[in-house]
Design a protein around this ligand. Structure first.
Ligand code: FAD
Length: 318
């Protein structure tokens, strides 16, 4: 079923969903199942699976020459989605990114997903590779998430890249996109970012999943601003409990978001690792309860492989 159909069917009840990361190349499905097995009792109707672009380093060889080596690759998003659907009978939502894909490769992935009866995709640009400094699209690839939205909605109408395909098989994808309550870091301001978000929705995006945030007011303001400018699709808040002190610096650095004073000082004051984790979990529970009370369509938890923490939050909220 489509994410939007689940939301409609829930008729105002707040759903729960999770995001998992594919294991690095050489890893196994066990890591994914170990994360999801303990979370399935909360009955998520769908689970997202991220996609990550290959990253390289230049390693110096004895000869003095540098060799380009792929160090991080998380392949298998499509296969992992199929495995999740098969094991748990829930829908899987693969993320599709512009980075590293030509338009044709994106089309081939969409065709495979359609054959697998996968009904949802989350269309994203992807981040810049570390050594590039800024996002560089693949030659003959897409530059912005909206391009994937357009390609997917075109396929829903039977339009493929090959102009010789006349009224091809119509897919029926529901397309999600990302939204940033504290604005995307490259955007000059929130209004400018929202203008591009609206363009994604006007191009056919059916729902929005937000970047994580730790102050619900950012989400409520974001939803109000979206509604005021005519973005009327469901807006699903993304949540992550903090569990480590170093995250007070790493999360703002990586995701360009603020950590509220009260949360930061609760974590700084914690005497033990367990106290610190408890403070992060308590904060996320309070955030989740308020979002639920105020009618968020679904709470989407970034698991980052930590089922135990997410389970504690979900137990208190659902
Ligand atoms: P876009 O919507 O393309 O926007 C990127 C930037 O360009 C924004 O600043 C926007 O305002 C601007 N912009 C948009 N259109 C235009 C235009 N036509 N002209 C000029 N500027 C424009 N990354 C991964 O690599 N893999 C994942 O699986 C993944 N999952 C994610 C899931 C969620 C819920 C979120 C919130 C993020 C995820 N990301 C993932 C990170 C995401 O790819 C990055 O945040 C990326 O930098 C932006 O992606 P986007 O889809 O929002 O881009």
């Amino acid at each position: 079923m489509k994410v939007t159909e689940y939301i409609e069917k829930a008729a105002g009840q707040t759903l729960i969903s999770f995001e998992v990361l594919p294991p690095l190349k050489g890893g196994s499905m066990k890591a994914i199942f170990d994360t999801l097995d303990p979370l399935m009792e909360f009955k998520p109707p769908f689970v997202d699976v991220t996609y990550h672009r290959e990253e390289f380093i230049y390693r110096k060889r004895e000869s003095g020459y540098f060799e380009k080596v792929a160090i991080r690759k998380r392949p298998g998003t499509v296969g992992i989605c199929a495995a999740i659907m098969h094991r748990y009978g829930v829908d899987a939502v693969p993320h599709l990114i512009c980075g590293g894909f030509t338009k044709e490769e994106t089309e081939n992935v969409l065709i495979d997903l359609n054959f697998l009866n996968i009904k949802n995709v989350l269309a994203l640009r992807g981040d810049a590779r570390k050594f590039d400094g800024k996002f560089i699209p693949e030659k003959n690839g897409h530059s912005f998430a909206i391009d994937i939205v357009e390609q997917t909605t075109a396929m829903n109408k039977g339009i493929y890249l090959d102009a010789d395909i006349d009224d091809g098989a119509h897919s029926d994808f529901c397309v999600g996109v990302a939204g940033y309550p504290e604005k995307h870091f490259e955007s000059p301001n929130l209004d400018n970012d929202l203008m591009f978000l609206k363009a994604k929705v006007d191009a056919g995006a059916d729902y929005i999943v937000t970047q994580m945030f730790f102050d619900n007011q950012h989400y409520f303001n974001f939803v109000d601003k979206c509604r005021a400018m005519g973005i009327n699709v469901p807006i699903i808040p993304g949540l992550k409990p903090l569990t480590k002190r170093y995250q007070l610096n790493s999360i703002p650095r990586m995701f360009h978001i603020d950590i509220p004073d009260d949360l930061a000082s609760a974590m700084q004051k914690a005497k033990t690792g367990a106290d610190l984790k408890e403070a992060g979990i308590e904060w996320c529970i309070a955030q989740s309860k308020e979002l639920k009370e105020r009618g968020a369509p679904c709470l989407h938890y970034y698991t980052m492989g930590d089922a135990d923490t997410i389970r504690k939050v979900a137990e208190a909220v659902y």
